[in-house]
Design a protein around this ligand. Sequence first.
Ligand code: SF4
Length: 373
Amino acid sequence: MTETAPIDGALGARLLAWYDRAARVLPWRAPSGTRQDPYRVWLSEMMLQQTTVAAVGPYFRRFLSRWPDIAALAAAPREEVLREWAGLGYYARARNLHDCARRVVAEHGGRFPTTVPELRALPGIGPYTAGAIAAIAFDAREVAVDGNVERVVSRLAAITTPLPQAKAGIRALAGAMMPTVRPGDFAQAMMDLGATVCTPRGPSCPACPLRDVCRAAASGEAERYPVKLAKPPRPLRRGVAFVLRDAAGAVWLTRRPPTGLLGGMVQVPTTAWSEAGPDGAARRAACPAPELDWRALPDPVRHVFTHFELDLAVVTACMAEAGMPDGEGRWCPAEDVSGAGLPSLFRKVVGAALEAAGDGAARRRRGTRLSRR
Ligand code: SF4
């Protein structure tokens, strides 16, 4: 790591003065000078993991209107929580959110604990989230280092050690910047600076309150930081998704197993996903009605997960006569599919199938038969 600029509490105090002028207005943020609601802070931090502020806003408002406090959320049926979360991604967070609400009610009388160790003992709360809740909701002198803070600090000090090795040093420097007062506002000020001024591309250095001490800005190489190790390319996995419709056009929906990727979420039946792709036996085993005439859409649906990309071939069939497919599930009218709680991947799959069906016979003729071998 390069020798650091004078990074101390005086910088934090300057940042607070900037924050008082330039703080973002966010749906979960209490007006300056009023007490933050721990439930709102926790809910927003859980939603913001791996997701943007713009994407989270509507979800946050919906959750708050349906479940205005932790007791209401804890009492909600799991399926309803997953349904409201649908589209926000990283579905283990939704399960953790619900488990955490239940634990706070059962073990803490419905009041969030105030210390980082107690918070970290709750489901879905890691070091960053615990620090953020303790600082923002309880004004504890805790450091919360997210991607924004990593970027700001690594630029201020021109840290050449790549992430993730640099994390401990960044955390120490962020702690050194903490002013003697308002640790919660300081945490939010660091996040705001990273989100609105010290952005990943094209940071607005002339508008930055810390410009005069910033080593990266002085070198004219702000975008070089934070230094990251090159990531290996994501592997490509393949699978087959089965969109089965009845004579009225309703879509057959099932539910994924409670744990694992997209655990507990609504889906259309699918094979397992692997780099080799499913063989004929795996396709038959996953197919909800193997006796039908299944046809494949010309193009697979591509979806990017954190650790792999997925090409999901979409095959469709119609169960024209009254009957039930194999396995547990339900028929969902086509007009209700958008509110069925499908995660983004399966929204894309069903959307592609419905679009193809609405495109008439010409498009259907271009589809190829799914091999039944
Ligand atoms: S001066 Fe530029 S690079 Fe340095 S912290 Fe401010 S915005 Fe980021």
